[in-house]
Design a protein around this ligand. Structure first.
Ligand code: FAD
Ligand code: NAI
Length: 464
């Protein structure tokens, strides 16, 4: 079979690329090695983690805030089996949705491991073995969890995010290696359900890629729901003995830490996945971190092969992969799309949520930019008091001279949805004053953004 475009991998990068290619009139095929479409994000990433985050947050509210809201219920209990079953159902709804979209857009789906026979021919080994050829090919094979050489992930007691989304019981003590996004999101799920959660982090702060104010505030909030943090600790060993896992680490002065738990989650990042693709056979070059090397057009060293998403450089985020899928498809028909990588938002779906776009304060200081900062706390918001979600703040960083917004960082309720307004403002290169002079509905959480902009512009917030 001959196609104009073949996409390998059906995650948010691959399936979006395939849809855009089909919309642009290409005869398109997509290859996925698993039976269900949607990749990491839909099957073992974004969607199932958010399903469990929402369920566990409901439980947390039932046990912690309902009484104050005037809702008396008998002591709520966790039905963990049902929680996991609902999560799986949510995953199926989403993956079935992708199957429907492939059909709607007349994209041929091939299930099986795709590997290059030559630079235009891909063999698919599934229930049967077949080959298809493509004029153009997009590699969207994603990523897998990274680990350390001395850690054996047995997937039973020493687990990755994939197993943490499928546990049969709530851990008693979950020891997490890595205080990044996965550790804190999945740690939140289990802390809310009653587990003791300990995080061992190599650096001196959690979510190290985000603004330091966010990192400090989130750490405070998570301590409040029972997290213990061991920062600046290097893990030196993980040993399993029956149902017990011992994690050893040492700090900068070589003091040893030993934590005993019933599960250890390894969440120290993810690595690009190209196993079995046969890239060496066709001479596609990888970079020094094992990612497919691409130029600014996301083209590999072969003129008709592109690569997108987690398998190439940049943030490992679903929406980044999606943008890249569209970007590549549109270039194929001669359009000149553009991605503002600086304006891809990052969100951590803990409670409070953290969301940010643009530069952090530390990055701007490093660049020697002259900046001004406006902050506004949630506790001064009527909306936040009404819903009892007063933890958090908005931090706006603007250029000291032009007032252009350079970074927006939010920790608090609904930050994940609010950041889209920040992206809009920054895409249009708004100044802090532009946003401060726009009407924001009252009472809403977005008023904190307006107030922080007022504070950055002329240091004149109204409600503080
Ligand atoms: P993937 O989604 O990894 O898809 C790649 C696909 O290619 C897979 O289905 C794989 O089976 C297939 N494949 C690989 N090799 C072959 C082959 N040779 N032949 C055929 N098929 C192949 N990002 C967010 O933006 N928001 C979130 O809330 C979020 N939460 C996350 C939570 C967790 C627990 C995890 C692990 C990740 C999360 N992410 C989140 C990250 C997000 O899942 C990834 O950035 C995103 O899935 C990357 O998309 P992709 O298309 O590049 O790759
Ligand atoms: P991460 O990069 O977010 O965090 C890894 C953490 O582990 C870092 O803080 C790092 O300093 C620490 N670390 C690294 N080596 C260590 C060691 N030896 N000992 C102790 N700590 C160590 O990676 P994570 O959490 O595994 O997530 C992988 C990717 O998945 C993220 O980069 C993110 O892009 C994506 N993701 C996105 C989500 C979202 O958008 N909400 C949710 C979950 C994952």
């Amino acid at each position: 079979m001959n196609y104009q475009v073949i996409v390998i991998g059906s995650g948010p990068g691959g399936y979006v690329a395939a849809i855009r290619c089909a919309q642009l009139g290409f005869k398109t095929a997509i290859i996925e090695k698993y039976s269900s479409l949607g990749g990491t994000c839909l099957n073992v990433g974004c969607i199932p983690s958010k399903a469990l985050l929402d369920s566990s947050e409901h439980f947390h509210n039932a046990t912690h805030t309902f009484k104050t809201h005037g809702i008396d219920i008998s002591v709520p209990k966790v039905n963990f089996k049902q929680m996991i079953a609902r999560k799986s159902d949510v995953v199926s709804q989403n993956t079935d949705g992708i199957q429907y979209l492939m059909k709607k857009n007349k994209i041929d789906v091939f299930n099986g491991l795709g590997s290059f026979l030559d630079s235009h021919t891909v063999q698919i080994v599934g229930k049967e073995t077949q080959s298809i050829s493509g004029e153009k090919i997009i590699i969207a094979t994603g990523s897998k969890p990274a680990t350390l050489p001395f850690i054996k992930v047995d997937k039973k007691r020493v687990i990755t995010s994939t197993e943490a989304l499928e546990l049969k019981e709530v851990p008693k003590h979950l020891v997490i290696i890595g205080g990044g996004v996965i550790g804190l999101e999945l740690g939140s799920v289990y802390a809310r359900l009653g587990a003791k959660v300990s995080v061992v982090e190599f650096l001196d702060g959690i979510i190290p890629n985000m603004d330091k104010t966010m990192s400090k505030e989130l750490q405070k909030s998570l301590k409040g729901i029972g997290f213990d943090f061991y920062l600046s600790h290097k893990v030196t060993g993980v040993a399993v003995n029956g149902k017990e896992v011992t994690v050893t680490a040492e700090n900068k002065t070589s003091e040893t830490l030993s934590l005993k738990g019933d599960y250890c989650l390894v969440s120290i990042g993810r690595k690009a996945y190209t196993d079995g693709l046969g890239l060496d056979k066709i001479g596609v070059i990888l970079d020094d971190r094992g990612r497919v090397a691409v130029d600014q057009h996301l083209k590999t060293n072969l003129d008709h092969i592109w690569a997108i998403g987690d398998v190439v450089k940049g943030a490992m985020l679903a929406h980044k992969a999606e943008e890249e899928g569209v970007f590549v498809a549109e270039q194929m028909v001669g359009q000149q799309p553009h991605i503002h990588y600086n304006l891809i938002p990052g969100v951590v779906y803990t409670w409070p949520e953290v969301a940010s776009v643009g530069a952090t304060e530390a990055e701007l200081i490093q660049e020697k930019r002259s900046i001004k900062i406006g902050k506004f706390p949630y506790k001064a918001l009527g909306r936040a008091r009404a819903s009892m979600d007063t933890e958090g703040l908005v931090k706006i960083i603007a250029d000291a001279i032009t007032d252009e917004i350079l970074g927006i960082h939010i920790i608090g309720a609904r930050a994940a949805d609010m950041i889209a307004a920040g992206v809009t403002a920054m895409e249009f290169r708004a100044s802090a004053e532009d946003v401060a002079r726009m009407s924001h509905a009252h009472p809403t959480y977005m008023e904190a953004v307006k107030e922080a902009c007022l504070s950055a512009t002329e240091n004149r917030p109204i409600h503080m």
